[in-house]
Design a protein around this ligand. Structure first.
Ligand SMILES: Cc1ncc(COP(=O)(O)O)c(C=O)c1O
Length: 471
């Protein structure tokens, strides 16, 4: 939590509990500055937040006063903590940031995709031709919503990880994003509460916003991952209808849960009969020898819906993903038929052929070693150009680095200054309901390193010294 949020939360608790009655003038700026040792801007931000929450109102030249009704029907003070369910309003921020990072001349540290140069496009094209040639004209209608051949090949990859998923449980979708969205639709109704990670993937928040659900955030530690104690207490406090988590190489922190924590997570949700939507798009991009198990491997109750795709590893443009949806498979299949009927049939045929004959494991080995080398190059550049107090956690897979910058940094300003100088970054506020993580950024190291990237790190370091990006 940022300092202004801490101050706002402390005051909100006292207002809601009636300790600061309606009409009371809030402490002056000077009092708060000396009490908390913060800047004037921080106090303004805190008061502005309280105003947005409807708890205080500003009176010109007189100061801030507790607003009428602020304590009426007040929910217990704890409900004002970060874990209270909240409607989501994130899309405008996400679209404006993503739009500004799309230009090819911009260095794509803020992008969610790795470089397409690392994918075997010629070999894939060969499989696309072979797969399409062997398609029966009837398969376009008989294979709805997903090709048997592709589902079998996906099933074999689960066996390669060490556990089995039946082909009939697998629904082929237009990328992982559709799989995740369909799973969410299958287990929720408007107004329901969904637990998400903080920081977490913004598309989860966008899906919740679109389906008119409410979100409750569960903290993710950049080293140890999802806070299971916080999840347990949220499950006690709120009527959570589903969880959307990334146990492997979490976006944006890159952290993974240990096997033991995955097992505990699945068990905790089984006790409460809460479905888990597991986003596992980076599973194949591990740096250690073994492919990490998903939480799905520990599921005996059919409550885990495991979603993944070929977008991060092989063919983003083919838009092929899947959900292994456990006991919800029929519902997800119907939703798929009702929404987009099927994923592209030739793309499915091409990928099935590639998985069978194209050398996917060989390609993955080379992709992982490229990412590892690029991570080292990026870390070297960060160590060279950035001040020593900037921290990041070395991920054990994927291609994202989560940086924690000095507390005074405002990541949105940092993002704007960086774009002006031809570099994109993914600012921390993108990854949470309350636009927190103001002093964090996510950097992508999924592109072959060269002088342009080195220069971009230097630019990033220069901007950190710019007073306009500080509180
Ligand atoms: C964490 C995460 N999950 C899911 C997706 C969506 O994957 P797909 O492109 O297969 O729809 C993305 C893409 O950015 C992602 O970063």
């Amino acid at each position: 939590m940022n300092r202004f949020e801490t101050i706002a939360n402390n005051l909100a608790e006292q207002i809601r509990s009636g300790h600061i009655p309606v009409g009371t003038k809030l402490p002056s700026l000077r009092q708060i500055i000396s009490q908390y040792g913060v800047s004037q801007t921080t106090v303004f931000r805190a008061y502005y937040l309280l105003e947005q929450w409807g708890l205080v109102r500003a009176e010109e030249r007189a100061g801030y006063f507790v607003a009428p009704g602020a304590t009426l029907g007040a929910t217990p003070a704890t409900n004002n903590r970060e874990d209270s369910p909240k409607k989501v309003d994130i899309s405008d921020l996400v679209f404006s940031v993503l739009e500004s990072t799309r230009h090819p001349d911009i260095v794509p540290f803020g992008s969610a995709f790795p470089s397409p140069k690392l994918f075997p496009s010629a070999r894939l094209l060969k499989s696309l031709v072979a797969g399409t040639r062997s398609l029966s004209p009837w398969s376009t209608v008989e294979d709805l919503p997903g090709s048997d051949h592709l589902r079998q090949q996906i099933g074999l990859r689960y066996i390669g990880t060490g556990f089995a998923v039946g082909a009939d449980e697998i629904i082929v979708t237009n990328g992982a994003l559709e799989a995740l969205n369909l799973c969410l639709m299958a287990v929720t109704r408007p107004g329901d509460v969904v637990a998400v990670e903080a920081p977490g993937f913004y598309a989860a928040l966008q899906a919740i916003e679109r389906l008119d659900l409410r979100a409750v955030e569960i903290p993710v530690d950049p080293v140890t991952g999802l806070d299971l104690d916080a999840l347990r207490s949220s499950l006690e406090q709120h009527p959570i209808k589903a969880c959307w988590f990334m146990p492997n190489f979490q976006n944006p922190t890159g952290t993974s849960l240990t096997m033991e924590k995955k097992r505990t997570l699945v068990e905790m949700l089984r006790e409460k009969q809460v479905p888990l939507i597991e986003d596992d798009v980076y599973q194949e991009l591990h740096f250690s020898r073994e492919r990490p198990l998903p939480a799905k491997a520990f599921d005996t109750a059919g409550l885990v819906m495991h979603c993944s795709s070929f977008s991060k590893t092989l063919a983003p443009g083919y838009r092929i993903g899947w959900a292994a949806a456990g006991r919800f498979a029929d519902k997800v299949r119907r939703l798929k038929l009702m929404t987009t009927l099927s994923a592209c049939i030739p793309a499915q045929a091409g990928l099935a052929d590639y998985l069978q004959h194209g050398g996917y494991d060989r390609h993955l080995r080379s992709l992982r070693s490229s990412f590892q080398a690029q991570l080292e190059q990026m870390e070297e550049a960060l160590r060279k150009w950035l001040p020593d107090d900037i921290k990041w956690t070395r991920p054990d897979g994927g291609y994202m680095l989560w940086l924690q910058l000095p507390q005074s940094i405002r990541a949105m300003e940092l993002h704007s200054r960086a774009i002006e100088r031809g570099v994109s970054i993914a600012p921390g506020p993108l990854f949470s309901l309350r636009h927190s993580f103001q002093n964090c950024v996510r950097l992508n190291f999924g592109h072959p390193w060269d002088a342009r990237y080195e220069r971009a790190v230097k630019i990033f370091a220069d901007i950190l010294d710019d007073p306009s990006v500080h509180d």
